[in-house]
Design a protein around this ligand. Structure first.
Ligand SMILES: Nc1ncnc2c1ncn2[C@@H]1O[C@H](COP(=O)(O)OP(=O)(O)OP(=O)(O)O)[C@@H](O)[C@H]1O
Length: 807
């Protein structure tokens, strides 16, 4: 494999001798009458500091203005009418947003500039700033005018004659790098294809903090093309480890919200990550870019009211993720709608003197079922039709049996009265029970008969993977009585693979109908509120705040104050997002995809992942598997090719692993050498546990700052995990403080998407053997390090790791 690039630490800043002419305020060193290099650099820095200082003054002035407007809003009459409350809160939301944008721009406000052949300069930064006469001082990185800053390369500079990256500490510019457009290097190339090498290298080699940072200052050309790709349709970003897929996807969210605010901000953007620890890892990036209309979530918490915490066996996860589960749920629901063999007997009028027994035959029940089916409504709302059919037929029969003249009004009254009869309700419960998604799934998992009836196309082993013991499980009814809480699943908490099934069940079931009279009254009130909210928004003019009339109206139901979009969207299962971004998308099952596409009816999505890293039992082997069904012919793929995380020495070790996965696969080119050869250490085979513990302990003691991951097989029993977890400074993955701890103990699946300064992979043969995607897991484990990699093993080292230097 060829590693193209390649930064070395000496390239941290282009020397004035290679800097493009015309990039400084005065004459360039080397030109007649020029300053010596040091003096030139000092003068340049002074000039840049003066400019950036003025930008901060302007930022302060803007903040003061936004704060004053916010104060004015607060001072407005606190009581007031419904309309004035709506208006005040809408304005407050607007000013608060603006203020938080201005605060977010504080760190690294301005990070670069470009200059054209006429010497015209444009400074690029986190937000746009203009002077009092509206003359631009700073261009927002997302604006079209900033694009050349990211796209210009020595081979294709476009209109850019010179580009400078500024590096700051606090508000002070401490260094800068000039990209050498048009200047030949000793190798005969016109500079590197990388933009801002010095700033890039500084950022890539800095100690990891446990939190991902933004990269606005050093976005590379191929990444910028992804970020600015058009909004519509589905964009698949395939890229090997460390190519910046996550960070690019997050910057794309910020770019899309800026560029298409009118279309996106009211609906928000949903970002899906693999788990909550990962979401914590990335949760600072968008706020640092001034964005708040983004909901970060994972499959395990996407169904409101449920937090999946339970484990699934690989077999159960594979079955639950199978697309055929759509039919299984529908069949299970059908199985819960009972029918009498011949007839059931019910008693009505128990509370009156006219108690009557009625035979309810199978034929009537079938007619009632058919009437409910004909509504085309989901299960729960359709029950009203079933009850209607039952009670009108029964009322007619009663009237006929009582004899005398038939009066239609009297029959209708009788039918209405029958609705409240306990036996009629109990009959309806057997024929067509009102159900929550949790009850449906609990019933399915708890009954071998129902599983057999609903899953004829699955094997016995597959059905058995779903069957749960009833003894220690509360029933669906008990859960419903307690409200939908977690844990509350069958035999313990719900699992991640249960979540798309609960969501699918919610689609099948629809909402539980309440009291019809109250429902009608509520609908009238809602319509009135909606009209009113439209008027309020008309008064304000479009676009002042990112909310539409329906949301505004909904907001004021229950007298709540206006809540941020992320909060409102996260608790609404039917929320339709304007754009959905899926990270580590290769891990998602067909059922996960169904749930996600429901959240994005417009099918505007960015999907990032790496098929070589798929580890989930129901995960993807090709993108078409997931996308053809929902967006056939409407998805496009781009590839990221440069690995910014992992040094070239480590990537060389992964070549054998990748070959074992698929000889056609190519690893991305590492952007730099790391200087530390990856190593392996063999420990005694007979009693490896104490040897492993002391080897790991030694490595931890030798750590020189930074953060370390110890990656082990998912099949490790608790006592083996416990032995390493007990070491000083070691946190386990589920610990909320895991990301802040110097050493984290975790599996490859848990490490997905994360990165560490140093990585210790322990017992790689066990990772390989753990399940049928063990090679993918090993590839993930090996590619998490930004600096050093060590492999500790008892027994033979797997052949595919032959590139390691034995210690
Ligand atoms: N242009 C850039 N400037 C600075 N840092 C960058 C740039 N691109 C990527 N990085 C850094 O490289 C590292 C890897 O990025 P990221 O996690 O987004 O990669 P990934 O493709 O999602 O990796 P994986 O698939 O292995 O999870 C991160 O620390 C990220 O900040």
């Amino acid at each position: 494999m060829e590693f193209v690039l390649v930064l070395s630490s000496s390239s941290s800043s282009a020397s004035p001798a290679t800097a493009a002419p015309g990039t400084g305020p005065g004459t360039h060193p080397g030109e007649a009458g020029a300053l010596p290099a040091d003096a030139w650099r000092t003068a340049e820095l002074r000039a840049e500091n003066a400019y950036v200082g003025a930008l901060y003054d302007r930022l302060e002035a803007q903040r003061a203005l936004a704060a004053a407007r916010l104060r004015e809003t607060h001072l407005q009459d606190q009581g007031g009418t419904y309309q004035s409350r709506m208006e005040r809160d809408t304005l407050e939301l607007h000013h608060t947003r603006r203020l938080s944008e201005l605060h977010a721009a504080e760190y690294g406000l301005c990070f670069g500039r470009i200059e054209n052949a006429d010497g015209e300069r444009r400074y690029i930064g986190r937000i746009a700033l203009a002077d009092e006469d509206h003359e631009p001082l700073l261009t927002d990185w997302r604006a079209p005018a900033a694009e050349p800053f990211y796209r210009a390369t020595p081979a294709a500079p476009g209109e850019v004659a010179a580009r400078r990256h500024l590096r700051s500490k606090g508000r002070t510019v401490v260094d800068f790098d000039d990209d050498a457009f048009g200047v030949s290097t000793p190798e005969g190339r016109t500079g590197s294809e990388l933009s801002g090498e010095g700033a890039l290298l500084a950022s890539l080699t800095a100690d990891r903090t446990g939190r991902m940072g933004d990269i606005v200052a050093t976005i590379q050309a191929e990444q910028d093309r992804v970020i600015r790709s058009e909004l519509g349709g589905v964009l698949v970003v395939q890229g090997g480890p460390g190519t910046g897929k996550t960070v690019v996807a997050l910057h794309r969210a910020a770019y899309l919200l800026y560029t298409h605010r009118d279309r996106l901000a009211k609906r928000g953007v949903l970002v899906i990550g693999p788990n909550t620890t990962f979401l914590r890892y990335i949760d600072q990036v968008l706020p640092a870019l001034g964005e708040s209309e983004v909901v970060l979530s994972s499959i395990g918490v996407l169904h409101p009211g449920v937090t999946a915490t339970g484990p699934d066996s690989p077999e159960a996860a594979a079955v639950k993720g199978d697309a055929r589960m759509v039919g299984v749920l529908a069949a299970a629901l059908e199985g819960l709608r009972q029918l009498p063999e011949e007839s059931w007997t019910i008693t009505v009028g128990r509370r009156s003197s006219r108690q009557e027994e009625l035979e309810v035959g199978r034929a009537l029940c079938l007619r009632a079922h058919a009437a409910a089916h004909r509504t085309g409504e989901p299960h729960n709302p359709a029950r009203a039709e079933l009850v209607e059919r039952l009670t009108s037929e029964l009322a007619l029969r009663i009237a006929r049996e009582r004899g005398g003249e038939m009066d239609l009004d009297a029959v209708a009254d009788l039918a209405d009265a029958l609705v409240d009869e306990p036996d009629v309700q109990a009959l309806a419960d057997r024929l067509w029970p009102l159900l929550t998604p949790e009850q449906l799934l609990t019933a399915l998992y708890g009954s071998a008969e129902l599983l057999a009836a609903a899953m004829p196309d699955f094997t016995g082993a597959e059905r058995a993977a779903l069957l749960r013991e009833r003894a220690d499980r509360e029933t669906g009814r008990e859960q419903a009585d307690r409200g939908r809480t977690t844990p509350g699943g069958p035999a313990g908490p719900w699992t991640v693979a249960d979540v798309p099934l609960l969501d699918e069940a919610a689609e099948l079931l629809g909402p539980s109908p309440g009291n019809a009279t109250t429902d009608r009254a509520a609908a009238v009130a809602e319509a009135r509120e909606l009209e009113f909210a439209k008027l309020v928004l008309e008064d304000f003019g479009e676009g002042l705040v990112e909310i539409d009339a329906e949301m505004l109206a909904r907001q004021y139901r229950g007298e709540q104050s206006l809540r941020p979009l992320a909060e409102r969207a996260a608790e609404d299962r039917t929320w339709a997002y304007g754009h959905v971004i899926v990270d580590e998308a290769q891990e998602l099952s067909p059922m996960d995809w169904r749930m996600l596409t429901r959240r994005c009816p417009g099918r505007s999505m960015t999907i990032v992942g790496d098929l070589a890293q798929t580890g989930a039992p129901a995960g993807l082997d090709s993108w078409g598997e997931a996308l053809d069904e929902y967006t056939a012919g409407r998805w496009r793929t781009v590839e990221l090719s440069v690995n910014y995380r992992t040094p070239a020495e480590i990537m060389r070790v992964t070549e054998g692993v990748l070959r074992a996965l698929d000889p056609a696969l190519r690893a991305p080119s590492a952007v730099r050498d790391g200087g530390i050869p990856p190593w392996s250490l063999r420990i005694p085979e007979d009693d490896p546990a104490p040897a492993l513990r002391s080897a790991v302990e030694r490595e931890i003691a030798a750590l020189d700052g930074g953060r370390t991951a110890i990656i082990h097989a998912p099949t490790w029993p608790a006592d083996r995990v416990g032995a390493l977890a007990g070491l000083d400074g070691v946190a386990v993955f589920d610990d909320p403080a895991a990301l802040d701890s110097p050493v984290v103990l975790l599996t490859a699946a848990q490490a997905k998407g994360l990165e560490f300064d140093a990585v210790l992979v322990v017992e790689p043969a066990e990772i390989l053997a753990a399940h049928n995607r063990g090679v993918n897991d090993l590839y993930v484990a090996l590619t998490r390090a930004t600096r050093s990699l060590g492999v500790i093993h008892s027994g033979e080292l797997p052949e595919m790791l032959a590139g390691l230097e034995a210690r």
